[in-house]
Design a binder for this molecule. Structure first.
Ligand code: UD1
Length: 337
């Protein structure tokens, strides 16, 4: 438990997958939290009943003003946004609106209200198709799709805002977020989600008849894509520590990778799901998915030096077990059990 006196925090996108876990982590650490979410992809049930909930848009300045006044907001954790890479290619202007333009409104409202701490969900997609492994924060940002650009532009706005105003930010560049709250309070609930672990767990439960392996000819140890899978609750804990770091040391902004620094191939993930469920998922070989890099693994040196972050669930089978437990619970909820 921290020695800092907690103050009110606003979580945007707090009804979504990662945002809802951040709300739980903040509450568990004693921070007063409120949520703004337009429920376009989030779920009202993902926000605990005792958390003030505002249904609306992060670009609604009047609503933001009301929330800041009612809640006494002194920090913002900004998760609201769109995250599906192929959708961003089909609808770039929609992505720039949701992820960049609306973030600008939110940042401007924060500056105007004197809210000087801001934690932002950024992404490893910013590194593009880099061949470097592990990826460190000093690499050039070189996105290859509008989703990556929309996040990169927001990182840039934050950096320029921090230089000009009394405003500090932390951008956390997420690797592959997976798993679910160990206590079963939240998880990945998106219908039609494309994430490998979610898809594989759905297949193990009979909700899909197979899992496609997108490419077996990558220059990796078994030919399939390698990713750094990070448990969503460890990621959420990193946000709370980032908020504490901004509070302890005003005048310093941070940009850090958030992963575990080790990669698993698609085959290794599917083997883990088989191990945890005791069933065998059917695999089907498919061509590479457009825009997929061979390997994305975080260099974790910077976050390790900067935050007292001790991952608790850095184990693939644990991540899969938690994802599976949530998928079973979600099935019961949807059946009305
Ligand atoms: C995910 C994130 C992205 C983030 C990136 C960081 C989403 C929607 N995507 O992308 O925002 O920047 O992590 O590392 O949150 N695969 C299969 N079969 C499937 C699904 C996936 O073989 O059915 C493979 C993919 O080709 C890839 C790996 O599994 O090699 C992971 O894919 P996925 O879970 O979709 O995540 P990313 O594309 O890495």
């Amino acid at each position: 438990m921290s020695d800092l006196a907690p103050f009110p925090v606003l979580v945007t996108g707090g009804a979504g997958y990662i945002g809802s876990h951040a709300v739980l982590a903040l509450q568990d650490a004693g921070w007063p939290v409120a949520v703004i979410d337009n429920l376009s992809t989030g779920f009202r049930f993902a926000v605990p009943d005792d958390v003030p909930f505002y249904e609306g848009d992060v670009a609604d300045e009047a609503l933001l003003g009301r929330i800041f006044a009612e809640q006494g907001t002194r920090a913002i954790l900004h998760f609201a946004g769109s995250i599906i890479v192929p959708d961003s290619v089909a609808d770039p202007l929609g992505y720039y609106l949701n992820n960049t333009v609306k973030s600008r409104t939110l940042i401007a409202a924060a500056v105007k209200a004197g809210i000087s701490r801001f934690v932002f969900s950024s992404t490893a997609t910013i590194y593009g198709m880099s061949d470097v492994s592990p990826l460190h924060e000093g690499l050039p940002r070189d996105p290859i799709n509008p989703y990556g650009w929309s996040k990169m532009m927001t990182e840039q706005m934050l950096a320029d805002t921090a230089a000009a105003h009394d405003f500090d930010y932390c951008a956390l560049r997420y690797f592959n977020v997976s798993g679910a709250d160990p206590l079963g309070r939240s998880g990945q609930s998106t219908i039609g989600a494309t994430h490998l672990i979610k898809v594989a767990v759905e297949a193990a439960l009979g909700l899909r008849d197979h899992v496609a392996i997108f490419g077996e000819d990558y220059p990796t140890h078994d030919g399939t894509g390698v990713r750094d899978y990070i448990h969503v609750s460890d990621l959420a804990a990193a946000h709370v520590l980032a908020l504490e770091a901004l509070t302890r040391e005003p005048g310093r902004s941070l940009v850090m990778n958030c992963g575990y620094g080790r990669g698993f191939s698609v085959r290794e993930v599917l083997d883990a799901v088989d191990r945890v469920t005791g069933r065998r998922i059917e695999r089907r070989q498919q061509l590479r998915r457009a825009g997929d890099p061979a390997s994305l693994v975080a260099d974790t040196g910077l976050i390790g030096q900067t935050l007292p972050w001790k991952p608790r669930y850095d184990d693939l089978d644990t991540i899969v077990a938690h994802a599976l437990a949530w998928e079973e619970k979600l099935g019961e909820m949807r059946r009305g059990a």
